[in-house]
Design a protein around this ligand. Structure first.
Ligand SMILES: [Mg+2]
Length: 154
């Protein structure tokens, strides 16, 4: 199967999913010190995240024009994240989205044109395409990223 160009990988936590928005909620209902310090290790945490503002719009606009993939690093202390990330994508983007989910502890093992990702701790800097650091000055949110992608390609 041939995929359309450009091939774009999208990170989930802090990029497509609003991780910080959920932290207060989970900290307030924590019953132990561990639960308070590591809310992302709780069952249900990943499933309950909200989409980042503009993220779903980006997916809907570019899904047919390019090749979009989720490329997310699993949280190893919370094995539920493997299924919850999949459930999250199916909930918001359906089966089409679910078919584009890749979980990898390294981002530089994949070949593509762009990686949209907020972090730099698992191979983002050695990714062979362009790394657009989500949240940084030039790529601060999805409206900026959508505009730049439109200017380059569409
Ligand atoms: Mg991230």
């Amino acid at each position: 199967m041939k995929y359309k160009s450009p091939l774009i990988y999208i990170d989930m936590d802090h990029t497509f999913c609003d991780f910080n928005e959920s932290l207060d909620f989970w900290k307030q209902r924590a019953q132990t010190e561990i639960e308070y310090r590591y809310p992302w290790s709780q069952v249900g945490f990943f499933k309950a995240l909200l989409p980042m503002k503009g993220a779903i719009d980006f997916w809907n606009e570019f899904y047919d024009k390019s090749s979009l993939w989720f490329l997310t690093r699993p949280s190893l202390p919370n094995m539920h994240c493997y299924s919850e990330k999949a459930e999250w994508i199916r909930k918001y983007l359906g089966q089409e989205g679910l078919e584009r989910l890749i979980l990898s502890p390294r981002k530089d093992l994949l070949i593509g044109d762009y990686l949209i990702d907020d972090a730099e701790n698992c191979g983002q800097q050695t990714f062979k395409g362009e790394w657009w650091k989500f949240g940084s000055e030039n790529y601060k949110d999805w409206s900026v990223i959508s505009r730049k992608m439109r200017e380059i390609y569409f």
